[in-house]
Write a protein that binds this ligand. Structure first.
Ligand SMILES: [Zn+2]
Length: 254
């Protein structure tokens, strides 16, 4: 029975480590999703910024096209002016040409401002692109780090599962089933009793049960919480089987 308790304690200890290892892995996909989400958001912002620059460049092309039209109109009017004999008509055409010249000058000013603004936007975009490249490599490194940690944890988990199977194989099937059922509700399942108190639920253990625990011939359950209880003193007696951990079968006297 002592061996059964020892195996159960071993199983419990492995289960605790397994739980922790699985817990660290459980968070990783979420963390990776956060990193990827960050990259996606930054990428979307950059695209928006690129779109705005493109839009401004389109507007600039339009303005340059209109400027060309105005230049043509001015040249054409100049030619026409030479052919006009009527003074009133001449004055009217000239006024018209002055108006176009004014529009052209305004447009030239507008184009210069636009070009400056586009230049500024392009510089900012280049800066943001550089920042994003840096952020992205940082995110990728972090993701690689997490993936590596998961692989390591998975290897550790596989080793622990092996350890668990070894401990479990030595435990009586009914006891193991009880352990699994209780483990689904409360942890730890295997606890010592001290001073006739269960260390799991801190309730008193009936005196006759406490006496049974002293003999350590059977596996006992706390009547209050259903945990498997044992006496440390009883377990420490006869150190032989304590040291002898290799695949011990225990005394399966149920
Ligand atoms: Zn209890």
């Amino acid at each position: 029975m002592k061996e059964q308790i020892r195996l159960l304690l071993k199983l419990q200890e492995v289960d605790e480590r397994l739980f922790e290892a699985r817990h660290t892995i459980k968070d990783v996909p979420g963390k990776i999703a956060v990193l990827q989400d960050q990259a996606t958001k930054f990428d979307a912002l950059l695209n928006e910024e690129r779109g705005k620059v493109e839009e401004a460049m389109g507007y600039l092309r339009e303005q340059n096209g209109m400027l060309k039209d105005e230049e043509q109109r001015i040249a054409k009017t100049k030619q026409q002016l030479q052919l006009i004999k009527n003074a009133r008509e001449y004055a009217a055409s000239q006024r018209q040409m002055e108006a176009v010249k004014k529009a052209k000058m305004d447009r030239e000013e507008e184009i210069i401002k636009l070009m400056e603004a586009i230049e500024g936007s392009k510089q900012k975009l280049a800066q943001h692109e550089a920042e994003f490249a840096e952020l992205k490599s940082h995110l990728e490194a972090e993701e690689a780090e997490l993936t590596k940690a998961v692989k390591k944890a998975e290897a550790r988990i596989a080793a622990m599962e092996n350890e668990r199977n070894q401990a479990a194989s030595g435990i009586d099937a009914n006891v193991l089933r009880h352990y699994e059922i209780v483990a689904g509700r409360i942890e730890p399942v295997v606890v010592p009793a001290r001073g006739s108190v269960c260390m799991g639920c801190h309730m008193n253990i009936p005196p006759q049960l406490y006496n049974i625990l002293f003999r350590a011939n059977s596996l006992e359950i706390c009547p209050s919480c259903q945990r498997i209880i044992y006496l440390e003193a009883a377990l420490e007696e006869d150190g032989d089987s304590a040291k002898n951990n290799d695949n011990a079968q225990g005394d399966s006297s149920d």
